[in-house]
Design a protein around this ligand. Structure first.
Ligand SMILES: CC(C)(COP(=O)(O)OP(=O)(O)OC[C@H]1O[C@@H](n2cnc3c(N)ncnc32)[C@H](O)[C@@H]1OP(=O)(O)O)[C@@H](O)C(=O)NCCC(=O)NCCS
Length: 266
């Protein structure tokens, strides 16, 4: 018989969760098969909360999961999945219901997640649970045509994070939030006219500037370190999105950010 349990009290460890994740994501819309260390590091950086996370167990095997993070009065769905042979039996719905009522019981105000456009099954699941789309997010990959760092200088994380907060018109998603990335070794540049970029030469987590030309210079500076990937750019940021498209960036994924507002039950 299938039982639903909080991960904290389930008796299972992160290796069992990793195995279940690899199986559930083996037919995912994009390739996603991290090794155990990468999986554990990603959970930890995002603030994985074992008590807020739920698993489905059958025959001593994890067959479904809702991996959840907590920060202050917010919760975030890091990932949900059901092993292929166990789908369509309502497991994800039961896991979601358990995670949402656990959040309500401790006074959480909102539950957040992202879903890739085209993942119809998952989107229907989240809508059924009461989540609504709050914004669209674009993911880009590109090799900058003319890398150049002449108007920027390398800087430390604390300095650039403050500068970005000053100029940014939108909040980064959970995976790019300052709290998530603060423990990582990331290359960052500061622009002389005001602006900064975090994650040069790889995954760009945050970027903002005082003016479009500075934004352009920051991308050129970051590209001197390597090719760039930007995940979860707010699609309403037309300045950044147009600039990326003009530079030949390929938009490889569009995501929907979804939120469930929870009633205050205390
Ligand atoms: C999405 C996923 C977690 C659903 O798991 P599940 O245990 O089969 O889900 P349930 O049986 O509880 O179904 C819940 C709802 O999801 C929707 N749904 C699930 N699979 C669906 C499919 N293939 N097509 C359409 N809707 C689907 C339905 O609305 C369903 O509710 P309903 O049967 O009352 O209409 C599972 O398909 C999965 O692991 N997919 C791969 C990983 C993934 O995409 N994770 C989500 C990342 S955001």
């Amino acid at each position: 018989m299938t039982r639903i349990a909080s991960f904290a009290t389930s008796g299972f460890d992160l290796d069992a969760l990793h195995c279940a994740m690899l199986a559930a994501f083996s037919d995912y819309i994009v390739p996603l098969q991290p090794d155990a260390d990468t999986f554990k590091a990603a959970l930890s950086a995002r603030g994985f909360d074992p008590e807020a996370s739920f698993i489905a167990v059958d025959d001593d095997e994890v067959i479904g999961f809702w991996n959840v993070a907590t920060r202050s009065t917010k919760r975030y769905l890091i990932g949900s999945g059901t092993r292929i042979g166990h789908r369509g039996r309502g497991l994800a719905s039961r896991l979601g219901t358990a995670a949402i009522s656990a959040a309500e019981n401790v006074g959480i105000e909102s539950f957040w997640l992202e879903v890739i456009e085209g993942n119809k099954g998952a989107e229907r699941l989240y809508r059924k649970m009461g989540f609504d789309v709050t914004r669209k997010l674009d993911c880009y990959r590109f090799n900058h045509p003319s890398p150049d760092r002449s108007s920027c200088k390398l800087s430390d994380f604390g300095t650039v994070a403050n500068v970005i907060q000053r100029y940014s018109s939108w909040e980064p998603t959970w995976q790019n939030a300052t709290e998530t990335i603060s423990g990582s070794k990331l290359t960052s540049f500061l622009h002389e006219k005001g602006g900064a970029i975090i994650g040069a030469g790889g995954l760009v987590h945050q970027i903002a500037a005082s003016e479009p030309s500075a934004l352009e210079d920051l991308l050129a500076a970051a590209a001197t370190v390597g090719s760039l990937t930007l995940v979860n750019v707010d699609s309403a940021d037309s300045t950044l999105c147009s600039l990326l498209q003009d530079l030949g960036a390929h938009r490889f994924i569009v995501q929907s950010e979804m939120r469930l507002s929870l009633p205050n039950v205390s």
